[in-house]
Design a protein. Structure first.
Lengths: 300, 588
C-alpha cells in the first residue's frame, strides 16, 4: 500500500508539473500565434517611455518655473531701474543742469515683461496614449473576433499586434527627441537668465556712477553759483554763464549728458522680446504730450 | 539614402554662428538674440513620423527590389538558351533590360528599329565593304532608253533641264548619267548581311526604276557614292562660314561648283528623291525577305552560310520573344508603381490585369507580328495568346485563392515558425521575415508552375519555347505572389523597416540638437563672461575717475562704445559748441 501511495504521489507530482508546463507552454504558443506577445511588449515599452517622459517633463517644468521666476525678478528690477532713470536721475540732472542750460529728455521708459508661456510644452507633441498606438486589444476581444483570429491563422491579429509594437518603438524615438528638446530649452533659458544678469549689472553700475557724477557736478555748480552771483552785477540772472565755468565742470556736464543718452537708450529698450522695443509712434506721442505739459507749465 | 535623409535633418547651429551673431550686436541685445536663436526646427516630430510613413507608401523601390532581378533572370534565360545562342549576337540581359525600361507604347519607332535589328542580325555575319557588284549596266541603259524623249534628249530629274546622250552634250553639265539614288554601296552596307535576302534580291532592288534617276554627269561626279544630302550639308556649311569669315580660294571654288551644278532648288529635289528611294528600297527588301521565307527557304538556308535554316527561324522567334517581353515588363513595372488596377483606371486587380494584357496583345499584333515571316506569324501569335492567357489564369489563381495557396503552403508556414524561433542574434526580425517571404513564394510558385506544366505547356510544341514560357511564367508568378504578400505585409516587414528608418532619423536629429545646444551654451556663456569682465573694467575706471575728480569723459565714451550706443558729442569742444548753438540740450 505504502509502495503504491509512494508511486502514486510520484506520478501525481510529475503529472501536475507536466500539466503546469503544458499550460505555460500553451499560453506561450497561443500568444505567439495571436501576436499578443507583441502587444505585451508594446505595453511594457510604452510604460517605460511614459515613465521616462513624465520624469523629464516634471524636471523640465520645475526648472522652467524656477528659471522663469528668476528672470521675472530680474526683469522687474530692470523695470524699476528704467523708471528710476526717468523719474529720479533725469529729473535731478535736469534741475541741476538747468542752472546752466535748458535740458529736455525724450521718450518714455519701456516696461519689459517675460512671457514664460512660450516655454510651456505643446500638448500635441507629448507622448501619445496607448489607445492611439496599440491597434488591437486582446483583453477586450469578443468571441467573434477570437474565432476570426483562429480562422485566419492569426495572421491579422499578429499583423496588427506587430504594427502596434513597431508604432510604440517609433514613438519611443520620437519622445527621445522631445526630451532632448526640453533639455535644449532649459539650457537656453538658463543662458538667457545669465544674460539678463549682465543687463542688471549694467543698469546698477551705470546708475550708481551717474548718481555720484551728479553729486560731484551739483557740488561744483553750487559753489560756482555762489562765486558767479557774488561777482555778477545782476544777481537775478537765472543761468550761470557756461563760458565762465571752469573746464572741470564742463567736462562733468558733458559726461553726464552723454551718460544720459546711454541710460535713456537703455531705458527705452526691451530686453526680452521684440515687442519691448520703443515704437516710433509712441515716441512721437510722448513728445507731443511732453510739449503740451511744458506749455501748460509755462502758461501756469 | 543620404539624400532622402537630408529632408529630415535638424537645423544646425555652430558656436561660430552664435558668436558672430552676439558680436554683431550690442551686449544690451544679447538676451533677445539668445531667445530668438533656434536650437531645433519648428517642424514637429509627429510630422517627421508622418513623412516617413508617406515615403514608405510610395512604391518606388518595389520595382527595383522585385521586378529588376526577376526581369534580368527571365531575360538571361531567354538569351543564353542553348537553342537560340542569342548571346552570340552581342545581346546581354542588362542591356536589354535598359531597353525595356525605356519602353513606351507611344514610341512608334520601336517597331521599325526592332525590325532592322532583327533583319540585320549583325552579330553572326560580316559585311565586306566596297562592293559594287550589284550594279547592272543593262538596267541603267534600259532606264535611259525608256526616258529618252522624241527629240533625243532626256529630262534631268532634278532640275528639269535638257540632257544629251554621251558624246552629244556640250559639257559635263548637260550630259546624261543614270544614277542610283541609294548607292549600291550604301544598300549593301544596310542589307548585305541580311540572311533573309538573296544576292539577287539586292540587285533587283538597287537597279529598280524607283532607285534610278537621270542627272547630269557633273552632278553625278560630285555625288559619287555619297548622297545629295552630303552635298547640301557641305553647301550650307560653306555659306554659313562665308557669313562670318572670308572663304579660302579653294572653298570659294567648291561653293561655285556646287552652285553651278545644282541650280535653283535641284539640290533639295535630289535630297527628297533620295529619301523616297531609300524608303521604297527598305520596303522592297522587307517584302523580298518575307517572300523568301514563304517560298524559297532552301535558298536562304544556303545564303545563311554558317547557320542551318531552322536555327535562323529560332533566332527570329527568339528576337520576337524578346520584343514581346517589352510590353509585358512595362505593364508589370507600371503595375507595381501605380497599382495593377488604379494605373489603368479599373476597380479590381483582375480587371486591371485583363485591360493591361489586352493592351499587350494589341501591341504584339500590330507591332511585332507583321515583322515576322508568314510561316512564323501564326505560330507566334498563338504563342503569345497562350502566354497571356496563362498569365491571366495565373493571376486569377493567385488572387482568388490566396488563402488556399497560403494553406497549401503550410509546410512553408512550419518552416516559417522555425525561422521565427531563431534567436535575434542569429537573424534580425526583418531578415527572418524576408526569409519567410522567400520560402512562401517558392512554395507557392512550385504549386502554380505545376499547374502550368500539366495544362498549358502541351499547347506549345517547340521545346525551347516551353523553357522560355516556363521561365517567364514562373517569374511572373513569383513576383505576383511576392507583390501580394508585400501588400498584405504579413510579417510586418514594412513596419519593422519603418521603425529602423525612424530610429535612424531621430538618432540623427537628437544628436544635432545636442550639438546645437552645446555650441549655443559654450559660445554664449563665453561671450557673456567676456562682456561682464569688460564692463566691469570700464565701469570701474569710470567710478574711479569720478572719485578722483578726474575727467570721466573718456570712460563714458568707452562705455557707450561697448554698449554700441551712438554719441554725437565726442569732445569738450563739440559740447561747448552745442551749448553755444542750441537753446536746449536734448537727451535723445
Amino acid at each position: 500500500m505504502s509502495l503504491f501511495s509512494k508511486v502514486w504521489n510520484c506520478v501525481k507530482s510529475t503529472v501536475s508539473s507536466a500539466v503546469d508546463k503544458v499550460k505555460e507552454t500553451k499560453s506561450k504558443v497561443w500568444n505567439a500565434f495571436t501576436g499578443k506577445h507583441y502587444t505585451d511588449e508594446a505595453e511594457a515599452i510604452h510604460d517605460e517611455i511614459n515613465e521616462r517622459y513624465d520624469k523629464a517633463r516634471a524636471n523640465y517644468q520645475e526648472a522652467v518655473q524656477q528659471i522663469s521666476q528668476e528672470i521675472q525678478e530680474k526683469v522687474s528690477k530692470i523695470n524699476l531701474n528704467k523708471k528710476e532713470i526717468y523719474e529720479k536721475q533725469f529729473e535731478r540732472f535736469k534741475s541741476i543742469a538747468n542752472r546752466i542750460h535748458n535740458v529736455t529728455v525724450k521718450g518714455l521708459p519701456f516696461e519689459d515683461f517675460f512671457d514664460g508661456s512660450i516655454y510651456e510644452l505643446n500638448k500635441n507633441q507629448e507622448l501619445r496614449s496607448k489607445e492611439d498606438l496599440i491597434l488591437i486589444d486582446f483583453d477586450q476581444m469578443g468571441f467573434l473576433e477570437t474565432a476570426g483570429m483562429i480562422l485566419t491563422l492569426g495572421f491579422f491579429s499578429r499583423k496588427k499586434a506587430k504594427e502596434s509594437l513597431e508604432r510604440v518603438k517609433q514613438e519611443r524615438e520620437r519622445v527621445f527627441e522631445e526630451i532632448e528638446k526640453m533639455k535644449a530649452q532649459q539650457t537656453k533659458l538658463e543662458v538667457v537668465s545669465e544674460s539678463i544678469d549682465n543687463v542688471v549689472t549694467y543698469f546698477e553700475q551705470l546708475i550708481k556712477s551717474y548718481s555720484s557724477l551728479l553729486d560731484r557736478f551739483e557740488f561744483g555748480i553750487q559753489s560756482q553759483r555762489v562765486k558767479q552771483s557774488s561777482d555778477a552785477s545782476n544777481v537775478f540772472s537765472l543761468k550761470l554763464d557756461f563760458k565762465l565755468l571752469p573746464i572741470v565742470h564742463l567736462e562733468e556736464f558733458q559726461a553726464l549728458f552723454n551718460l544720459s543718452i546711454v541710460l535713456k537708450q537703455m531705458a527705452n529698450l526691451g530686453y526680452l522680446n521684440s515687442e519691448g522695443e520703443v515704437i516710433v509712434k509712441d515716441v512721437e506721442a510722448s513728445e507731443l504730450l511732453f510739449q503740451k505739459v511744458t506749455e501748460a507749465k509755462l502758461s501756469a | 539614402m543620404s539624400n532622402s535623409t537630408k529632408k529630415y535633418e535638424q537645423i544646425s547651429l555652430s558656436s561660430e554662428d552664435v558668436a558672430s551673431k552676439l558680436n554683431g550686436a550690442s551686449p544690451l541685445q544679447a538676451s533677445r538674440i539668445l531667445i530668438d536663436m533656434e536650437l531645433f526646427e519648428q517642424r514637429s516630430s509627429l510630422d517627421v513620423i508622418d513623412n516617413v510613413y508617406k515615403d514608405f507608401e510610395s512604391n518606388q523601390n518595389v520595382v527595383d527590389e522585385l521586378v529588376t532581378p526577376l526581369g534580368l533572370s527571365v531575360l538571361d534565360s531567354v538569351i543564353t538558351h542553348k537553342d537560340l545562342k542569342l548571346d552570340r549576337t552581342g545581346l546581354t540581359a542588362s542591356r536589354l533590360w535598359e531597353d525595356i525600361n525605356c519602353f513606351e507604347y507611344k514610341n512608334i519607332h520601336a517597331s521599325s528599329h526592332a525590325l532592322s535589328t532583327k533583319q540585320q542580325l549583325k552579330g553572326s555575319r560580316k559585311v565586306t565593304p566596297g562592293k559594287r557588284g550589284n550594279v547592272q549596266k543593262h538596267k541603267l541603259e534600259a532606264h535611259k532608253v525608256k526616258n529618252t524623249r522624241r527629240d533625243g534628249t532626256i529630262k534631268n530629274d532634278l532640275d528639269g533641264k535638257k540632257l544629251y546622250r554621251q558624246g552629244q552634250g556640250s559639257s559635263t553639265l548637260n550630259t546624261v548619267n543614270t544614277e542610283h539614288l541609294q548607292s549600291s554601296e550604301s544598300f549593301h552596307r544596310q542589307f548585305g548581311g541580311n540572311i533573309l535576302l538573296t544576292k539577287e534580291n539586292g540587285k533587283t532592288i538597287v537597279n529598280s526604276d524607283e532607285n534610278l534617276a537621270s542627272i547630269s554627269e557633273r552632278q553625278n561626279k560630285m555625288k559619287l557614292d555619297g548622297t545629295f544630302a552630303n552635298i547640301k550639308e557641305k553647301k550650307e556649311q560653306l555659306l554659313s562660314k562665308k557669313k562670318t569669315t572670308k572663304l579660302s580660294k579653294s572653298e570659294q571654288e567648291q561653293l561655285d561648283r556646287i552652285n553651278e551644278s545644282f541650280t535653283g532648288s535641284s539640290l533639295e529635289a535630289g535630297v527628297a528623291m533620295e529619301k523616297e528611294a531609300a524608303k521604297s528600297n527598305f520596303k522592297a527588301a522587307q517584302d523580298a525577305a518575307f517572300n523568301n521565307i514563304k517560298d524559297n527557304t532552301a535558298e536562304i538556308a544556303t545564303q545563311a552560310s554558317t547557320k542551318a535554316g531552322e536555327q535562323t527561324g529560332h533566332q527570329a522567334l527568339g528576337h520576337a520573344v524578346l520584343l514581346m517581353l517589352k510590353p509585358i515588363f512595362y505593364e508589370f513595372n507600371d503595375s507595381f508603381k501605380n497599382g495593377i488596377d488604379a494605373g489603368v483606371g479599373e476597380d479590381s486587380a483582375l480587371e486591371g490585369l485583363k485591360v493591361r494584357l489586352k493592351r499587350v496583345m494589341q501591341y504584339i499584333r500590330t507591332e511585332i507580328v507583321p515583322t515576322l515571316t508568314k510561316a512564323l506569324k501564326d505560330f507566334f501569335d498563338n504563342f503569345c495568346k497562350v502566354i497571356i492567357d496563362s498569365i491571366i489564369g495565373l493571376a486569377t489563381g493567385i488572387f482568388k485563392s490566396i488563402l488556399t495557396i497560403l494553406i497549401e503552403g503550410f509546410s512553408a508556414l512550419v518552416g516559417a515558425l522555425k525561422i521565427l524561433s531563431k534567436s535575434s542574434n542569429e537573424m534580425s526580425g526583418a531578415q527572418k521575415a524576408d526569409a519567410i517571404l522567400k520560402l512562401f513564394s517558392a512554395t507557392v510558385v512550385t504549386f502554380v508552375v505545376f499547374y502550368f506544366e500539366s495544362s498549358i505547356l502541351p499547347a506549345i510544341p517547340i521545346p525551347f519555347l516551353q523553357d522560355i514560357a516556363l521561365a517567364l511564367l514562373s517569374g511572373i508568378a513569383s513576383s505576383l505572389v511576392v507583390y501580394v504578400l508585400d501588400k498584405a505585409d504579413i510579417f510586418s516587414t514594412k513596419s519593422e523597416l519603418r521603425t529602423k528608418r525612424i530610429k535612424e532619423i531621430f538618432e540623427m536629429r537628437v544628436q544635432q540638437i545636442k550639438e546645437n545646444t552645446d555650441a549655443f551654451e559654450t559660445a554664449s556663456l563665453q561671450k557673456l563672461a567676456e562682456d561682464k569682465l569688460r564692463f566691469k573694467a570700464l565701469s570701474d575706471s569710470l567710478s574711479q575717475s569720478i572719485q578722483d575728480k578726474k575727467d570721466p569723459n573718456d570712460a563714458v565714451l568707452k562705455i557707450a562704445d561697448f554698449l554700441k550706443v551712438e554719441l554725437s558729442v565726442k569732445s569738450t569742444d563739440d559740447f561747448l559748441n552745442m551749448l553755444k548753438t542750441q537753446d536746449s540740450l536734448e537727451i535723445a
